[in-house]
Design a binder for this molecule. Sequence first.
Ligand code: HEM
Length: 446
Amino acid sequence: RKTSKELQPGSLGFPLIGQSLCFLRAMHTNTVEQWLQERIRKYGPISKLSLFATPTVFLHGQGANKFIFTTCDGNILSNQQPPSVRRICGERNMTELAGDDHKRVRGAVVSFLKPEMLKQYVGKLDEEVRRHLDMHWHGNQKVMVNGFLFLSFSQLYMRVMPLMKSLTFNIMSSLIFGIEHGERRNTLVELLQHMMNGLVSLPINLPFTRFNRSLKASAKIRTLIKDLISERRAALEQRIAIPNKDLITCMLSFGNNDPSVLMSDEEIADNVIGAMIEGHDTSSVLITFLVRHLAKDQSVYENITKEQAEIAKTKTSGELLTWDDLARMKYTWRVAMETLRMNPPLLGSFRKVIKDFEYEGYTIPKGWQDCIILHLLVIWAACMTHMDKRIFPDPSKFDPTRFEKQASTPPYCFVAFGGGARICPGNEFARIETLVTVHYLVTRFK
Ligand code: HEM
């Protein structure tokens, strides 16, 4: 193996496997932060490693965040997932595209996820949340095991997380894909789980491996989405559906038949899968950890309950929440932001190096032994700046008041939703999902 003294410290480990097993173990045992701290202690803020059969560079710090978010669509770095993730999510997924192609597809997705559009959906989202609570919570003495106070990590994952995943899945199915309750939704939820398991697995495509199951599930989901596309297209042609009914009709109608912006069926399918993946395990993680913080911190719990009770008082029985009600939930959203700071659901993502570049005195090369693509992993920069005491004093303390003056947070330090041209387009959607859910959780249950 060729080495150079300009290359970053660290090691690529065993061929193909590299550090993937350690990383997956850390993910499954929820110890990624410790794993990273150990890396930084051993090698400093820049180091090399190998993940999912791909040589990778790890960068950490506010400067690294800025560099990655502002350079991503230039000619040095581009957005690209490891080949295994690309096989599952598709080549035309927004996270794979760059330049004008990325702008066009992102424009179509944002046309549905922008606040002016989401305002119309608060009521529908409210109905989904109530329906979930009526089905899974109402009438039970205890929904969580052992009460809230001593909710351990394993209880959180075993009891709270599945409920929240089912809730956010139902919200997305209804609002984003327009799939009503029934057999189709049930099939989709099962396939989605198999597909997502493959994203954090070794990319070995043999019968009975997770990766193999994930590829099969992804192919079935694609067929299901293509059927939906045909149905929506027919409904639009017959004028029995409006263009902004859901994300699929929005993408089909984007650009008013201008061929230069029109999305192909392949692109629509890949981006529906993309939104499903990006939106499912993120909001559910946020709400799960928020519940945990409410359990641990009595004063935060009381403040949220007070704010939500004030809003509930202004509603008649069965009246749906509105966009204006959400605007009044300022404290609740600060608690969500603090939860995102301490437990960011998305640790980061990959960028591909398309041209050699220098960073902090190290050369980061385009290729590795002339045949393997080198990826830059930004994955951990996010959660590590969130816990930097120079940026967030007393970082282990859960303190929602930090976000009272959001402008005082230095740029590229709070990066739960990413930054730059790739900043999460679903952040507003996540906000309304979280606020409506917390409203009914604290006003209807203890
Ligand atoms: C708490 C909830 C969420 C968090 C913390 C979150 C976080 C993020 C982050 C950090 C990125 C940037 C990744 C990068 O730089 O490579 C991202 C991108 C993205 N998110 Fe979210 N997300 C959330 C919810 C959602 C939802 C609900 C949707 C869809 C409905 C969504 C759709 C997307 C998409 C499509 C991208 C790719 C953007 C692009 O490449 O231009 N996210 N998200």
